[in-house]
Design a protein around this ligand. Structure first.
Ligand SMILES: [Zn+2]
Length: 352
C-alpha cells in the first residue's frame, strides 16, 4: 500500500502537481512538528519521535527548493489573523525540548538561517536523567535477550517473561512504567532502570552518558539563541487534563515559572502534550493569556483556523521525502479531503 502511495506521489510530482498545489495554497500557513534527534539508534527505536539530522537537513533543503519563507511562530500567528501572511509562510516547531534538539538541530537551523520554536515540558529539565517511560521502552527494544527472569523486582511478581511474545513484552513494559510513574520518586526510578538494564543486558549508564533520552538542561535552555529560537509552553509534567481545570492550570503555571527561571523570557504560545485537547479548554487558555496552541492534527492553516487548534505536519524518520513535500505543498490536504468525500459518499450509499 505504501509503495502504491509513493508511486502515486511520484507521478503527481512528475506532472508538476506539487508546484501547482504549492501555488494554490501559498496563502496558507504551514507548521512543521519535530521532536528529538537521533544521537545513535533512537530513530530506529521510535521513528515518529526521533529523526536523523541528515534527514532533517534534507527537509530544510526542500524548504529552500520550494522557496518556503520560514518565519518565527509569533510573527506568523500575528500575520495569519491580520490576513497579512507572506506567501509560502512556514513555521518550524519542536516538541518536548530534547537535548538532541539542542545538540543537533540548533546548529543545523543556524546554518540555514531558519527561526524555530521549541515547546518545552519542564519536569525533566532539572532531573539530569533520561525520561523514565522512554528509557524503559528503549531498553526493552534494545535488548537481544529472548527471555528474562523477574526475581524480587519491586514492580512485578516473580516470573519468567518471554520477550519474543509481543503481548507479554508490552505487558511487562507497562507494568514497570506504571509502577515507576505512580509509586516512585526519581531516585527510585533510576534504581529500577539500572536494575532493568542488568536484566536486559543493556547499559543504562551508557544511555545516561549519551543524554539521548534527556531533555535540555537549564543551562542549555538558557543559552538558546533568543533571536533564532523562541520557547513555548508544553506543561510541566506533559499533561493537560480535560477533566481537571485546576490541575491543567497548575501545569501551565509551573511550566511558565520554570521556563522563566531558565530563560528569562516569556512563552506566550502553547502546544498540547500528546496532541490531546478538547474545545472547552480553549477558554482556559484564553484566561491564561496564551496566544495560540498547536495540535498534531495535519493540515495547512488559514485565518479561519481557530488559534487554539492550529494544524501541524508531524514529520519523522519514517516519513518519505515525497510525503513530506506533498504535505508542504498542500497536496496531502487535498487528498485527505477527497478520501473523506469518497468515504462519506460510500456511507450515504450504504444507508440509502
Ligand atoms: Zn510532547
Amino acid at each position: 500500500m505504501r509503495k502504491v502511495k509513493l508511486a502515486f506521489l511520484f507521478a503527481c510530482k512528475a506532472i508538476g502537481l506539487f508546484r501547482i498545489m504549492g501555488w494554490v495554497t501559498r496563502h496558507r500557513l504551514r507548521i512543521l512538528c519535530y521532536h528529538g534527534f537521533s544521537l545513535s539508534d533512537e530513530a530506529a527505536f521510535r521513528p515518529k519521535l526521533f529523526i536523523s539530522v541528515e534527514r532533517f537537513e534534507k527537509r530544510l533543503q526542500s524548504l529552500r527548493r520550494y522557496r518556503m519563507r520560514v518565519v518565527p511562530l509569533d510573527e506568523a500567528i500575528e500575520r495569519l489573523y491580520a490576513r497579512a501572511l507572506p506567501d509560502r509562510s512556514t513555521v518550524i516547531t519542536f516538541d518536548d525540548g530534547f537535548h538532541s534538539f539542542y545538540e543537533l538541530a540548533v546548529p543545523c537551523l543556524k546554518r540555514y538561517g531558519f527561526p524555530a520554536t521549541v515547546y518545552v515540558t519542564t519536569y525533566y529539565v532539572r532531573k539530569a536523567a533520561p525520561i523514565f517511560r522512554l528509557v524503559v521502552q528503549y531498553m526493552f527494544w534494545k535488548t537481544k535477550r529472548r527471555s528474562i527472569a523477574l526475581v524480587a523486582v519491586p514492580w512485578s511478581n516473580d516470573r519468567s517473561v518471554d520477550l519474543t511474545n509481543s503481548e507479554e513484552r508490552a505487558k511487562v513494559v507497562w507494568e514497570c512504567i506504571d509502577y515507576g510513574e505512580q509509586r516512585c520518586a526519581e531516585d527510585q526510578r533510576r534504581d529500577i532502570c539500572a536494575e532493568l538494564g542488568r536484566l536486559l543486558g543493556v547499559s543504562y549508564d551508557e544511555i545516561v552518558k549519551s543524554r539521548s533520552l534527556h531533555l535540555m538542561s537549564p543551562e542549555e535552555l538558557g543559552s538558546l539563541p533568543a533571536a533564532d529560537v523562541s520557547v513555548g509552553l508544553h506543561t510541566h509534567r506533559h499533561r493537560f487534563p480535560a477533566d481537571d481545570r485546576a490541575s491543567a492550570e497548575r501545569e501551565i503555571a509551573e511550566n511558565r515559572a520554570e521556563l522563566d527561571r531558565c530563560t528569562g523570557r516569556t512563552a506566550p504560545h502553547f502546544c498540547y502534550p500528546s496532541g490531546s485537547w478538547a474545545e472547552f479548554q480553549w477558554e482556559w487558555l484564553q484566561d491564561l493569556h496564551i496566544k495560540s496552541s498547536t495540535t498534531c492534527v495535519p493540515g495547512l492553516n488559514t485565518a479561519g483556523t481557530p488559534r487554539y487548534a492550529l494544524l501541524r505536519f508531524l514529520d519523522g524518520d519514517d516519513v518519505h521525502e515525497l510525503e513530506f513535500e506533498a504535505a508542504l505543498c498542500g497536496l496531502s490536504d487535498l487528498l485527505r479531503a477527497m478520501v473523506s468525500v469518497l468515504s462519506l459518499g460510500r456511507g450515504v450509499g450504504a444507508t440509502s
